[in-house]
Design a protein around this ligand. Structure first.
Ligand code: ATP
Ligand code: MG
Length: 397
């Protein structure tokens, strides 16, 4: 079947949701979508993305891997669905009917289903009109495959025929990921830890067309190289959706130790999170990002109560996007599995949040008390933050 598909399907028709796409928006959306499709297929080699009369087609090389192509297209945000297309080189009526019949024969071994032919023609001089093509093609198929039945209202199979210089036939519709093409909606900085939530959060914001850079707070030797590698692996996995990104690895050890040394231990997590946000924001501004993204969800842990979120939020002026804010863990896990980050996320390497946590962290931090505790850091903290930003490691993903 794999081989057959590759021989039969010479192209893919790309469908996208057109609601709200008008004027200049439409043009930007389509350009970005074509670019993102090209990028997604580039590692596989030999494809071209063409636009024809307001439609987007992917033309496949002679030899290609059908399943790999489908998986790649399933990761391009902006595609609502796509259809593998067989090409019939000669649009003359006899070769067209034969071509469509051969397509049905190859695709549907039993040929016991209800169907409807949907036709369109680009060439208005074609001897048959679109309704005539539907009717005559339907009659041809019924003669050739007597077990098939026409159902114009709820057919099991819609056989689409597009008559042009060459003709196209397709009947399989593969769902795409939906969303908007990455790059149509600015850029954000994702706080990417090794956990389950933040990769999912990045995926979700990116789905709305937002490009992503990421920052990871690393605390060697308390967090190992393996923990860092896990974050790099996660960044690679989500970059299959978000496209290329930079991963900023901040060495957070000195700051964490300093907080540990100076501040009450039940406030450690909150204060540490506030410094993460501050540093992330500075990197975000340097990178021209318009917001931060985290994997926080109300009530999941002590540092994510409404009080704690308020305390972490107040240190930033950029908007902080928290797409998982109202999700249950199980719902997040389902998405993580779907986007193939779950198995990596559950590898048991420590992250810096777990190493320095207090036994009984505050769950209702009082912002004034936290601010006061932070005053105890005033001697060195600014310099430490500056150093952390200056020494950041940048990994191109
Ligand atoms: P996750 O599953 O994403 O690690 P979590 O449930 O473990 O989240 P926390 O550890 O409280 O929650 O972290 C909340 C959010 O803060 C994370 O989703 C992530 O966006 C960010 N974050 C936490 N630790 C780090 C880190 N070491 N580097 C970068 N971002 C981090
Ligand atoms: Mg975590």
């Amino acid at each position: 079947m794999e081989r057959l598909r590759c021989i039969m399907f010479k192209a893919f028709l790309i469908k996208y949701a057109e609601i709200g796409l008008k004027g200049k928006n439409r043009y930007l959306f389509e350009n970005a979508l074509c670019d993102r499709i090209s990028e997604a297929l580039e590692p596989l080699g030999g494809y071209s993305v063409v636009r024809e009369q307001g439609r987007i087609f992917v033309q496949c090389p002679e030899q290609y891997d059908y399943d790999e192509t489908v998986s790649a297209l399933k990761r391009v945000f902006g595609i609502s669905s796509f259809c593998p297309v067989a090409v019939i080189d000669d649009s003359g009526w006899d070769s067209l009917t034969k071509g469509v019949g051969d397509y049905v024969e190859a695709m549907y071994p039993d040929r016991e289903f209800t169907f409807k032919v949907m036709a369109s023609r680009a060439d208005k001089n074609y001897p048959l009109t679109s309704p005539e093509i539907c009717k005559e093609m339907g009659a041809y198929l019924l003669r050739r495959f007597p077990k098939m039945k026409v159902d114009v209202h709820e057919p099991e199979v819609r056989i689409n025929v597009e008559v042009r210089t060459k003709s196209y036939v397709y009947s399989i519709v593969i769902p795409g990921p939906g969303g908007m093409p990455v790059g149509t909606n600015g850029k954000a900085m994702l706080l990417l830890s090794g956990g389950i939530d933040s990769p999912v959060a990045g995926f979700m914001i990116s789905k709305r067309g937002v490009s992503m850079e990421a920052v990871y707070f690393h605390a060697p030797p308390y967090t190992s190289e393996r923990a860092k590698q896990k974050v790099i692996d996660l960044a690679k996995k989500i970059s299959k959706y978000t496209g290329k990104m930079k991963l900023f690895v901040v060495n957070f050890t000195d700051i964490q130790l300093y907080i540990y040394d100076k501040c009450p231990h039940d406030e450690l997590t909150i204060i540490m999170r506030r410094y993460m946000m501050r540093i992330a924001e500075q990197l975000a501004l340097k990178e021209k990002c318009l917001g931060l993204v985290t994997g926080e969800s109300i009530g999941q842990v002590a540092s994510q109560t409404m009080h704690s979120l308020a305390a972490t939020n107040e240190v930033c002026t950029l908007p902080v996007y928290r797409p998982l804010i109202a999700f249950d863990k199980q719902d997040i896990v389902e998405i993580a599995e779907k986007i193939d980050t779950y198995e990596t996320s559950i590898q048991p390497y420590e992250d810096c949040c777990t190493i320095f946590v207090a036994k009984h962290p505050v769950t209702k931090p009082n912002i004034n008390i936290i601010r006061n505790s932070e005053k105890k850091l005033s001697e060195k903290i600014d310099e430490m933050v500056e150093t952390a930003i200056k020494t950041v490691e940048v990994i191109e993903i």
